[in-house]
Ligand binder design. Structure first.
Ligand code: TYD
Length: 208
């Protein structure tokens, strides 16, 4: 985003693609080099957002697709206004798990809402805020599922969706990356974590 002195990096990918590991590696690398890093996530990067996260991930029973899209957008609106923009204005590096591309992929392709409308909703919510870099960790959903199974944690509402849902999400992500090659870095998430981290680091270095 051009409005502040900071740098805004988002991580995207299916569940089990290793976003958290990469966010941690990138954070420790930049911190070691003296940068102030804010680690955050959607949904749930603010106090209001944590309440919304609980609804979208743990509500028992259905949530209408448009209501789900609006809940993610509400979380995003508050998060960008109260957490992300202030940190960027202070000159910090913001490293964020998931942003509007998650909504386009999950609510758009996954829940089959119109991708442009979902994207437009998020852009309205955030007054058009787009990250400087979006890292897409691309992984075959069947491999991701094996990783999640090995984790032994109960599935949330989205993780519990069927394999076709996750295949649509993956395709949508790849299309988004193709449409905006300047913003996206696509990395094969089946590579060793250190190798992925190296590729991310060199792209981030070129932006700092
Ligand atoms: P995440 O926090 O990555 O889950 P976990 O902590 O279990 O790794 O994301 C929570 C879920 O929310 C994930 O399945 C994707 C989904 N999601 C959407 O459907 N739309 C969105 O806009 C966002 C941000 C997330």
């Amino acid at each position: 985003m051009t409005s502040g002195p900071g740098l805004w990096i988002t991580l995207e990918g299916g569940d089990g693609s290793g976003k958290t590991t990469q966010a941690e590696l990138l954070t420790s690398g930049l911190t070691a080099r003296g940068r102030t890093v804010l680690r955050t996530r959607e949904p749930g990067g603010s106090e209001v957002g944590r309440l919304i996260r609980d609804i979208v991930l743990h509500h028992r029973g259905d949530i209408a697709p448009r209501a789900e899209a609006l809940l993610y957008a509400a979380d995003r609106a508050h998060h960008v206004a109260t957490v992300v923009r202030p940190a960027l204005a202070r000159g910090e590096v913001v490293i964020q798990d998931r942003y509007l591309d998650s909504s386009v992929a999950y609510q758009g392709a996954g829940r089959v809402l119109d991708a442009e409308e979902v994207r437009g909703l998020s852009l309205w919510a955030t007054e058009g805020a787009l990250p400087d870099l979006t890292v897409l960790l691309d992984l075959d959903p069947a491999v991701a599922r094996k990783r999640l199974d090995a984790d032994d944690k109960p599935f949330d509402r989205l993780e519990a969706e069927k394999e076709e849902f996750h295949a649509r999400v993956r395709d949508a992500y790849l299309q988004l990356a193709e449409a905006e090659p300047q913003r996206f870095l696509v990395v094969d998430a089946a590579l060793p974590a250190e190798e992925i981290a190296g590729r991310v680091r060199s792209r981030v270095d070129s932006l700092l």
